[in-house]
Design a protein around this ligand. Sequence first.
Ligand code: NAD
Length: 348
Amino acid sequence: MKLLILPGDGIGPEITAATLRVLEAASARFDLGLSFESREIGLAALKEHGTTLPDGILERARELDGVILGPLDQLRYPPADKGGLNPSAMFRVKLDLYANVRPARSRAGLGRPMDLVIMRECTEGFYPDRNMHQGSGEFMPVPGVALSVRKITAHACERIARRAFELSGKRKKLVTAVHKANVFRVTDGLYLDSVRAVAREFADVKLEEEIVDAMAAKLVRHPERYDVVLATNMYADILSDLASELSGSLGLAGSILAGEALCAAQAQHGSAPDIAGKDKANPTSLILSAAMLLEWIGEKRKLAACGEAGQAIDRAVDKVLAKRETRTADLGGKLGTRAFGEAVAAAL
Ligand code: NAD
């Protein structure tokens, strides 16, 4: 099995190195025969190739068994016509990695008691780099007036809703569909109609609906009562940072971008330029994302060892996080990025 490794910007190279150390240990223990092929994207690729997403990377992703996608510092990218493409958006749209699965579970006594998964649609919505066939979803008709277009389709809403109900059927059997149909009557109305239609296929899973602003408050008030939280792109993006911080830290939040045939592990957080290159970043988020990737491959291809390796990484992370002294600095611990990766590999 070969994974495409794209370390990305900022803390990306450091957390990716720590994650590969853990994957090597998992491969040895579970006899997965994992190998890695590394390529540059982001600011390093811009310097070398004049673009943040060099030709051939997406095609290579299609050929290999999975992707480790590091964080990207899009804020520092030049405009698209000067090479500043957003690789995250390109992976999601061009490879149709439409389901961004973002768990928020308390670990090792950190954060609030909770265990939920945000199911985020990530190929449309308000994001201007992924909702137009040509051109951008944001534009300025006259100086001082800026417009943004939001795309919602029944197709995208139905398939992400199906993933949410399937997942919840294996968990606590409650899907909370987040919306703002009181204001976005047409777009969020279409989303809600699509979700309700899919809900009828899953008689054993309860559907409840929450308006997004109230959901933010209720999530803080009772995070433990939620199971699978389903939302369109931007609501889910915001709520998932809130949820993962409530569960302990944004640095603990694993995440995958899953399509039908391909999956990429991508941490929930960004490139953290403020701590880049200092061996200070917490690699847990990417390590747990890689564990989710192995579980996804295991389930899709009926490879039991792969799924077990993913679960074992998850348990190893909990074991290392259990002691304060073996945590990283963001959680009050003493370990650097590299040492934390070594500790998880040893725990495996
Ligand atoms: P950020 O998530 O990079 O950082 C927010 C804060 O959390 C910072 O203080 C940072 O030091 C801290 N932090 C983040 N990850 C951490 C980790 N693993 N360990 C310890 N501390 C961590 O958000 P930002 O600073 O607003 O954005 C920086 C860049 O990242 C921007 O260019 C943004 O566009 C990009 N971004 C990329 C992604 C992605 O590639 N998936 C996601 C979000 C933001």
